[in-house]
Design a protein around this ligand. Structure first.
Ligand code: GDP
Ligand code: IMO
Ligand code: MG
Length: 428
């Protein structure tokens, strides 16, 4: 099973980093195919805790070749900062490959991200402020700067001029900010070029050849299905395809080469930033999930919104991504609850919807219909087989599996690398 896509099933922070790390020792390549440093993956290895943003989590496993593919937007300052921080902690980062076709995030993207959010006022998305949306907007508008442009100063200058032309009018006339000089941007980007040069590769060729040679390639999604630009809760989404299709366009590996699609799903739901969230809790149960699950953003430190498990969302994710396996994470966080509600359908204006409604406004008004499951009090963090779990926890997993459209192949029972129950091998 050489090509595996791993994506988020909900609104992000499901524990993708940990799941990637779990597979790490058995894969040859880990590829980031979408997003940028808006992602935040916390991986706990023994007593060490790593917070990764731009780099794929697979970088923590010795021997793995990490790849930043064409679909990613790269903030070079962040890239080198993360590489240096990992090197200082003894992680070998020398194998990293960066696609010549990936786009770069510059200072004007970060500035625009912040001023447009401010301008939106009440309608703001609650972005991470990292310049992600403006960088992808430039890509689509065909005024983006790609990694390969850094190696030809003339071309780079022309492209930056082109990109800044309209933006400076906007910054000065609409947003009341100072104009950004072409030289400022060009000099900044050029300052990274020589350090970057050895990492820049034709990653499409590299990855396809790796698959030809029967190597195992893991495509690690940033963000998640409900934040996907096409399939998420638009406009409260990120600006890339975080679904399995994004792994194909974002890496240049064809869809018929993908063997398996793993979706990471939390045993409850969280969301950072604005937008609809039917099972959101505003009471002490929500506070319980936030404190027991330590639900604070890895990237921005914002408290995450919390709610119960939403089965129609899991089914939606299974359908859109072609999910072959779910990894259900953070089951341990539910320990201690007397009862655990699971959303099985919605009610919109008196009408029952068994699936996620296509109308955004219906989804905004959707009221969850819950089925209630009995909780458990036993500590499950030491469980390593399904049989180690208390009966009520087993029943919860089986019930959720029955509603979610694919099998649950692994269950997270704690943040540590080994705190996992594997029911079906995720690679063979
Ligand atoms: P990602 O963005 O999907 O990689 O997820 P994050 O790293 O942002 O958030 C997931 C958090 O949950 C991290 O702090 C992980 O260490 C933690 N985590 C992952 N799996 C489990 C689990 O099964 N149980 C508990 N308690 N924590 C987990
Ligand atoms: P990981 O990979 C959770 C959210 C932001 C905001 C919206 C748009 O850790 O799961 P952006 O800066 O991307 O333009 O913000 O998307 N968001 C995330 N939420 N986890 C993430 O990544 C996220 N990346 C972006 O909060 O609502
Ligand atoms: Mg995260």
């Amino acid at each position: 099973m050489p090509a595996i896509v791993l994506i988020g099933a909900q609104w992000g922070d499901e524990g993708k980093g940990k799941a990637t790390d779990l597979l790490g020792s058995r894969v040859d390549y880990v590829v980031k195919f979408n997003g940028g440093n808006n992602a935040g993956h916390t991986v706990v290895v023994g007593n060490e805790k790593y917070a990764l943003h731009l780099l794929p989590s697979g970088i923590l496993t010795e021997g793995v070749t990490p790849v930043i593919a064409n679909g990613v937007v790269v903030d070079l300052e962040v890239l080198f900062h993360e590489l240096e921080a990992l090197s200082a902690r003894g992680v070998d980062v020398s194998k990293l490959q960066v696609s010549a076709n990936a786009h770069v995030i510059t200072q004007y993207h970060r500035t625009l991200d912040k001023v447009t959010e401010r301008f939106l006022g009440k309608r703001q998305i609650g972005t991470t402020g990292r310049g992600i949306g403006p960088a992808y907007a430039d890509k689509i508008n065909r005024v983006g700067i790609r990694i390969q442009d850094l190696f030809d100063e003339n071309i780079l200058r022309q492209k930056v001029e082109g990109a800044l032309d309209m933006k400076n009018h906007m910054l000065v006339k609409i947003y009341n900010r100072r104009a950004i000089h072409v030289d400022e941007i060009v000099d900044d980007l050029l300052s990274y070029a020589e350090r970057l040069r050895p990492m820049v590769k034709d990653t499409v060729l590299e990855l396809n050849r790796a698959l030809d040679d029967d190597k195992t390639v893991l495509f690690e999604g940033g963000q998640a299905t409900m934040l996907d630009i096409d399939h998420g809760t638009y406009p409260f989404v990120t600006s890339s395809n975080a679904t399995s299709g994004g792994a194909v366009t974002g890496s240049g590996v064809a869809p018929n080469r993908i063997d398996r699609v793993i979706a990471v799903v939390k045993a409850y739901t969280t969301r950072v930033g604005a937008g609809p969230f039917p099972t959101e809790l505003f009471d002490e149960s929500g506070e319980f999930l936030r404190s027991a699950g330590f639900e604070f953003g890895t990237t921005t430190g914002r408290p995450r919104r919390t709610g119960w498990y939403d089965a129609p969302i899991a089914r939606y994710t299974a359908r859109i991504n072609g999910v072959t396996d779910f990894v259900l994470t953070k089951l341990d966080v539910l320990t201690g609850l007397d009862e655990i509600p699971v959303c099985v359908a919605y009610e919109v204006d008196g009408v029952r919807h068994d699936e996620v409604p296509v109308s955004q406004s219906d989804f905004h008004h959707a009221k969850p219909i819950y089925e209630i499951f009995p909780g458990w009090k036993e500590d499950i963090t030491g469980a390593r087989t399904f049989d180690d779990l208390p009966k009520n926890a087993q029943d919860y997993v089986l019930a959720v599996e029955g509603m979610s459209g694919s099998r649950i192949s692994a269950i997270g029972v704690g943040p540590g690398r080994d705190a996992i129950v594997v029911r079906h091998d995720l690679i063979d």
